[in-house]
Write a protein that binds this ligand. Structure first.
Ligand code: GUN
Length: 293
C-alpha cells in the first residue's frame, strides 16, 4: 500500500506554476493576479483563504485580499465583484464559500466573468466541462485527476466510483473523469445519499473517490483489494488533546481501509494541497489564455 503524498505533488505543481507566472510577469510587466474574497470569519474558510494567499506568494502570483464583514450585503459584494471583474491586474476572482446565509451564492458566482472564474463554479464553466469545451475546471476535481496521473493511476478504462454529488467536487469530478482525453475516459458511477446499498458500488471501484462530507462514509469491507482510494473529506473532529481543539479526518476510515488499497490519500496532506495548487494553475491559465493548456 502506498500513501499518496499530495503535499509533495502539490509542491511540484506550484513550482511549475511559479515558472509560468514568472514568464507572464516578464512578458507583460506585471504578474498574474488573484483576488481572494472572504466574507465573515468562518474558521475553516479563514484557514483556506490564508493558505491560498500563502500559495500565491510562493508562486509569484499577486493576491488581492478582500476581507469583508459578515454583515456585508449582497449588493456590496456584487459591487466588489464588478470592480474586480473590471480590474485588468486581476486575472482570477475567488469568492470563498460558504457565504453568509443572507447572500445568494449562486448570484455572486454568476457575477464573476467566466474568463476570471478560476474556481470553475460559474454555470458557464460547469457547462463547458460537461460539453468538453475549454473552460476552467474546478480545483478539487482537477487536483484529483492530477494526483492520479502523477502517481501512475491513469483513470482511462477504469471503473471509478464517486461518492457525493456536490457541485464543487462530486458532479464535476464525475464529468471530468468520464470526458474523452487525458485524465478521463473512465467508466464513472456517481453515488449519493439516494443510493441504496452504497457498498455494492464502492466494492466494484478500481478508483474510489469519496467526497461525501461525512466521516466514516467508507469503512472496511467497502473497498476492493488493490483499489486506489481518494479521500476528499475534510472533517473537523473535536479533540481536546490538540492545541487547536480538533483534528482533521477524511470521509474514509483510513486505518481500516488503507491495508487493502494499492494507494490511498491521507487527510490532511492528500487532496487539500492539490486543490490550492490547481487554483494557482488556473490563475496562470487566466493570465495567459486557455489555449496554452
Ligand atoms: N469552499 C470549499 N471549497 C472551496 C473552493 O474550492 N473554493 C471556494 N471558493 N470555496 C470553497
Amino acid at each position: 500500500m502506498k500513501i499518496i503524498d499530495g503535499k509533495a505533488i502539490a509542491a511540484q505543481v506550484r513550482a511549475e506554476v511559479a515558472e509560468r507566472a514568472a514568464e507572464v510577469a516578464r512578458a507583460r510587466g506585471f504578474p498574474p493576479g488573484l483576488a481572494v474574497v472572504l466574507v465573515g470569519q468562518n474558521p475553516a474558510s479563514v484557514s483556506y483563504v490564508t493558505a491560498k494567499e500563502r500559495a500565491c506568494a510562493e508562486c509569484g502570483i499577486r493576491s488581492f485580499p478582500a476581507r469583508l464583514p459578515e454583515e456585508t450585503s449582497q449588493a456590496e459584494l456584487l459591487a466588489l465583484v464588478a470592480r474586480l471583474a473590471a480590474d485588468s491586474e486581476v486575472d482570477g476572482i475567488l469568492v470563498q464559500l460558504p457565504l453568509p446565509k443572507h447572500i445568494d451564492a449562486t448570484a455572486v458566482i454568476a457575477a464573476i466573468p467566466p474568463s476570471k472564474d478560476v474556481d470553475g463554479f460559474h454555470p458557464a464553466s460547469l457547462g463547458a466541462l460537461v460539453a468538453g469545451l475549454p473552460g476552467f475546471v474546478p480545483c478539487t476535481p482537477a487536483g484529483i485527476v492530477e494526483l492520479l496521473m502523477r502517481t501512475g493511476h491513469d483513470p482511462d478504462g477504469k471503473d471509478v466510483v464517486v461518492v457525493g454529488r456536490s457541485n464543487i467536487v462530486g458532479k464535476p469530478v464525475a464529468a471530468l473523469l468520464s470526458r474523452k482525453g487525458r485524465g478521463g475516459n473512465a467508466t464513472v458511477t456517481l453515488c449519493h445519499t439516494g443510493t441504496p446499498n452504497l457498498a455494492d458500488h464502492t466494492r466494484r471501484a478500481d478508483i474510489l473517490i469519496v467526497a461525501a462530507g461525512r466521516p466514516g462514509t467508507v469503512g472496511a469491507g467497502m473497498v476492493k483489494d488493490g483499489a486506489v482510494v481518494i479521500d476528499v473529506g475534510v472533517n473537523r473532529i473535536p479533540d481536546a488533546t490538540r492545541k487547536r481543539g480538533f483534528r482533521l479526518a477524511g470521509d474514509v476510515d483510513f486505518d481500516a481501509v488503507a491495508p487493502r488499497c494499492s494507494a490511498i490519500t491521507p487527510v490532511p496532506g492528500g487532496v487539500g494541497p492539490m486543490t490550492i495548487a490547481m487554483l494557482m494553475r488556473n490563475t496562470v491559465i487566466a493570465a495567459t489564455g486557455m489555449r496554452d493548456y
